[in-house]
Design a protein around this ligand. Structure first.
Ligand code: KIV
Length: 271
């Protein structure tokens, strides 16, 4: 008989209950093997639509289809046992109406077995967030710099540099919290605004490029591992995997060219 305790996944209420408590640790992940590593350290893992840019070479997240989110969402759920898995709703899958949003969110949840979805937008998405949460779909909101609106915003621009805009960002945070979001990602806002937003709502704020003034942090895994060639300025790089992969691939190529492969000298010898 196994004496190993079954591992329980972190739940949505557990994340919601961390408001003002121990900081919430989160990273993105798009595949089973990295997710299995992240799973040992993060409270929740986001299958972010940033995968369109990071993994598929897109210029923005706008072109990411629902099917791609589901494919990567499935892989991450399969690779993990402990962290809450949140899957991004891609551009065009939820803005049209609460009904469309519910149909697509339900498909994501059924087909990936994730624990929650994330969508971008503040007050304008409040009705949809309420519709989803009342029907059993836990929603993480995303305000501040919302990459799916980058064409409207004129690029990926830090929000709140002008203090006159703060009230509308704070109103966004209040609106999504009142509508039932269990947490809110606050992206690319100046530190005093991040602190004000965090004080204004009773759900955890998860910052990215938004200072330590939030209840938790999230980074794109590849950025903090030093895999991308253009990590955003705010990212602290914890590893240099790009350089390490380059070194290993070059060593392999040199081996093949000099016929020094594979590692085990005698595998091909006849006994
Ligand atoms: O898509 C993503 O990875 C995200 C994070 C940057 C929060 O939304």
């Amino acid at each position: 008989m196994s004496t190993e305790k079954p591992v329980r996944r972190v739940t949505v209420p557990q994340i919601a209950g961390r408001k003002g408590g121990e900081p919430i640790v989160s990273l993105t992940s798009y595949h089973a093997h990295t997710a299995a590593i992240v799973d040992r350290h993060a409270d929740f893992i986001l299958v972010g639509d940033s995968l369109g840019m990071v993994m598929h070479g897109m210029e923005t997240t706008v072109g990411v289809p629902l099917e791609l989110m589901i494919t990567h969402g499935r892989a991450v759920v399969r690779g993990t046992r402990r962290a809450l898995i949140v899957v991004d709703m891609p551009f065009g899958s939820y803005e049209e109406s609460p009904g469309v949003a519910f149909r697509n969110a339900a498909q994501i949840m059924k087909e990936t077995q994730c624990g929650a979805v994330k969508l971008e937008g503040g007050a304008r998405m409040a009705e949809t967030i309420r519709f989803l949460t009342e029907r059993g779909v836990p929603v993480m909101a995303h305000i501040g710099l919302t990459p799916q609106s980058s064409h409207v915003m004129g690029g990926f621009r830090t929000q709140g540099r002008d203090a006159e805009t703060w009230e509308s960002h704070i109103a966004d945070a209040r609106a999504v919290a009142e509508a039932g979001a269990f947490a809110v990602v606050v992206e690319g806002v100046v530190e005093p605004l991040a602190r004000k937003i965090t004080q204004a709502v009773d759900i955890p704020t998860i910052g990215i490029g938004a200072s330590a003034g939030c209840d938790g942090q999230i980074l794109v895994l590849e950025d903090m591992l030093g895999l991308g060639d253009r990590p955003p300025k705010f990212v602290k790089v914890y590893g240099r995997l790009g350089d390490e992969i380059e070194r290993a691939v070059k060593a392999y190529a040199d081996d093949v060219r000099s016929r020094a492969f594979p590692g085990e000298d005698n595998v091909y010898r006849q006994s």
